[in-house]
Design a protein around this ligand. Sequence first.
Ligand code: DOR
Ligand code: ZN
Length: 350
Amino acid sequence: MTEQPMTRLTLRRPDDWHLHLRDGEMLKAVLPHSAAHFARAIIMPNLVPPVVTAEQALAYRGRIEAALPEGARFTPLMTLYLTEQTDPKDVARAHAEGIATAVKLYPAGATTNSASGVRDFDKVRGVLETMAEIGMPLCVHGEVTDPAIDIFDREAVFIDRVLKPIRRKVPDLRVVMEHVTTQDAVDYVRDSNKNLAATITTHHLIINRNHILAGGIRPHYYCLPVAKREGHRIALVEAATSGDRRFFLGTDSAPHTDANKLLPCGCAGCFTAPNTMSCLAEVFEAAGKLGQLEAFASLNGPRFYRLPPNEETITLVKGAPVTYPTQIETGVGSVTVFDPGFALHWRVEG
Ligand code: DOR
Ligand code: ZN
């Protein structure tokens, strides 16, 4: 007897362990899309100016809560933007009082609004040691900024030049390598048995560098870290669908207005919040691993962050292709929704 293909999949309500919500009008427009499917999200602090202190994180959390649609059940988990001036005591207080869940490390100049990031990693050693003591995770944008390093090599070089030394000096620090894009990063995470995990985005499971450049330049596929060769994408799919507890979903959904994407020097970021769960179901189904989607999207993240998984569930139903807007309107202009390049058959039911 042949097995019936699966047409319904119920999983614990997922969380997004890396999300950009921005502020003001943009926040209001994008937040409902994440709150519709996700119970919690780690909120990136790269606003202008960045969210550096406990007080700023508390205020930002208040603005997010105020922008939630009526009846939405969504918990923003805040992060502090690490600078060379960050006060370890403020970080410890933010953690103790439940204001911030993690600290975000941007190497200065690595990506959108990262100018206040870290240049000299020894200057943040005190903060990292405090975090190691209290068990607070560090979320890392893992790319070197050295202009001499080819952009496609910046993640692999970061591991050797920055991450390994930091983890040698502060071995108890709990680190999440954010949005990994390479086989090198997957191998590095797999080789470590403690205090290291990685998030993987939806779009990096789907696109490789050809999608950005072959047959015309596609600004909506440009993000950082930039998508790599197909072999790296395959390594990411293997890691995400393996059930390995060290890999979990962080969409890095990063809205920019079309006006800011479609410039001679356009912004980096893919806006995947509206169709992420449908995209992931297709990817996991194609890999023959639908049964591992819950581990990736709903179980492995809370386990690393030492939080309980969500009690509620969502159900994905397979049917006729799902319709979703190609763009959403915001008070500051349109934002294009990620186009996976194939039809999506899985829709989130309730
Ligand atoms: O593509 C990206 N967009 N990568 C980042 O690291 C930042 C993000 C953003 O804030 O737009
Ligand atoms: Zn990001």
